[in-house]
Design a protein around this ligand. Structure first.
Ligand SMILES: NC(=O)c1ccc[n+]([C@@H]2O[C@H](COP(=O)([O-])OP(=O)(O)OC[C@H]3O[C@@H](n4cnc5c(N)ncnc54)[C@H](OP(=O)(O)O)[C@@H]3O)[C@@H](O)[C@H]2O)c1
Length: 233
């Protein structure tokens, strides 16, 4: 299979999904750079050899984002606010304004591809999760900006809307992909979300696509790219 020929910035690389994105990029031999809030945490997660690949900053800070985007060809954004912690900035600051800021600055920098990890049910304002700072609606507004900016000719986006995130190794399950936010429940391993985000870089069917994804039956896989072809429009 072809791969991606460029450098990918992983935003939120020390998060549980972001760390898997880094590992899957490494397994596909794709050059990468990490945008993280804490260099200490990054070294704990990836070891000291990661230091040369780090940009430290917050998605709330335009200057820090801008400097992380130099010499980058694509962004995979796995950032999410901590809705359970009242001391953390609200979803409006991270999942909406932060994502909009990252996408706007990436586009300004001439970056062509933006991949966003969002969530199942973002189009359901009545969903119980929305009690926490309207997190789903905030994610939808972040998504909308990514679609607007990277849906223009010469650019591309992929927006993944996973179900409940769980831990475990990748490529051990069949997948269900859907569009239109019609999947009501389900879970998926963070490692598989990461794998799908990475193959979206070089899978033409994934470009300019917003889709939901959950896992199905246990079944060992060598690739997850077949599931893009299962999508009906
Ligand atoms: N939990 C679920 O079941 C579920 C379901 C569907 C979708 N999602 C979404 O999927 C995504 C990944 O989830 P996850 O469980 O991997 O999340 P996670 O482990 O909590 O990771 C979130 C990442 O965002 C980073 N972050 C938070 N605020 C930031 C800021 N101001 N600037 C820069 N980075 C910031 C965190 O940095 P630190 O590493 O420094 O903390 C962390 O790396 C999130 O958007 C989440 O909302 C979650």
């Amino acid at each position: 299979m072809t791969s991606f020929n460029g450098t990918v910035l992983v935003a939120g690389a020390t998060g549980r999904t972001g760390a898997w994105v880094v590992k899957r990029l490494q397994s596909h031999h794709i050059d990468h750079h990490l945008f993280v809030r804490s260099g200490t945490k990054a070294v704990e997660v990836f070891g000291p050899e990661i230091i040369d690949k780090l940009s430290i900053g917050s998605i709330e800070n335009p200057e820090e984002i801008r400097s992380s985007l130099r010499h980058i060809d694509a962004v995979i954004c796995a950032i999410g606010g901590n809705v359970m912690d009242p001391a953390s900035p609200p979803p409006s600051a991270i999942d909406r304004d932060g994502v909009k800021r990252m996408a706007t600055l990436a586009k300004e920098q001439g970056i062509k591809h933006f991949i966003l990890i969002s969530s199942l049910a973002v189009t359901k304002p009545e969903h119980p999760l929305n009690k926490y700072g309207q997190v789903l609606t905030m994610k939808l507004e972040g998504e909308n900006e990514v679609r607007k900016l990277f849906g223009e000719p010469g650019f591309s986006y992929t927006i993944l809307r996973p179900g409940g995130l769980i831990d475990g190794d990748p490529l051990m399950h069949s997948m269900i992909f859907g569009t239109g936010d019609t999947i009501t429940t389900g879970s998926i391993r963070r490692s598989d979300v990461a794998e799908v985000a990475v193959i979206s870089l070089f899978t033409p069917e994934a470009h300019n696509l917003t889709f939901e994804l959950i896992e199905d039956k246990e079944s060992q896989k060598s690739s997850l790219n077949q599931y893009f072809k299962s999508l009906k429009f």
